[in-house]
Design a protein around this ligand. Structure first.
Ligand code: DX5
Ligand code: ZN
Length: 216
């Protein structure tokens, strides 16, 4: 069964407390929080202040996806806001291994996010040092895009790399996950499904989360 990480980017921010309460009462495993700066990606979302408010509503694992340039400047702020994991983009980090160690030394899990056009082999050296790969299945920046089919082969390729090294790194798929494609994505070797619009635009988000977890 995959873990399910609803992305708050698609939540109704006027009712953020209710949205968090719904997730707390659901089978959602992680909260996925998308940080965008208008520079690494063309969109701007929210920062540590919102992460802190969300943190105050939940004991669940807060998975923070940093789509920002120079992310290392903000590690401590997100730690203080209550993040459990920080995923940094490989494309934004010339000194990736150093940044991973910084995240871990602050007491958080470390992840690497990878955009659709970046070769999977580029992850090789960092894999033994991280907890999760946030593999983008859309171009980062916006919720509600369609899943890029070529991601399936990338999942299989990464699964093989992780298993061959005997590592425990989780594969998280981010973007365009639906109730229709979730089973195939999980079967390809995914551990964590991120879902924004599929959860928050659903008439029954709790049931949708259950379906994504393949539990009825
Ligand atoms: C996109 C974000 C995703 C996004 C997913 O840049 O990283 O987490 O919220 O949204 P959906 O599930 O709607 O594609
Ligand atoms: Zn994300």
């Amino acid at each position: 069964m995959p873990l399910v990480a609803p992305s708050l980017l698609a939540a109704n921010f006027l009712k953020l407390e209710d949205e968090c309460k719904m997730l707390n009462e659901s089978q959602a495993d992680w909260f996925h929080l998308d940080i965008m700066d208008g520079r690494f990606v063309p969109n701007i979302s929210f920062g540590p202040m919102i992460v802190k408010f969300v943190r105050s509503t939940t004991k669940k694992y807060c998975d923070v996806h940093l789509m920002i340039v120079e992310p290392w400047k903000y590690f401590k702020m997100f730690k203080d806001a209550g993040a459990n994991n920080l995923s940094i983009h490989i494309e934004a980090c010339p000194d990736l291994l150093k940044n991973i160690e910084e995240i871990k030394s602050l007491g958080m899990d470390a992840g690497i996010a990878i955009s659709p056009d970046t070769p999977i082999e580029n992850l090789k050296d960092a894999l033994p040092h991280i907890n999760v790969v946030c593999m983008m299945s859309v171009y980062p920046g916006f919720g509600g895009q369609e899943f890029i089919p070529g991601t399936m082969d990338r999942i299989k390729q990464l699964r093989k790399m992780i298993d061959e090294k005997g590592l425990k790194v989780k594969i998280e798929i981010d973007g365009g996950v639906t109730e229709e494609n979730a089973a195939a994505i999980a079967a390809a070797g995914t551990d964590v499904l991120v879902a924004g619009n599929t959860v928050f635009r659903s008439k029954d988000p709790v049931a949708t989360i259950r379906h994504l977890k393949m539990e009825g």
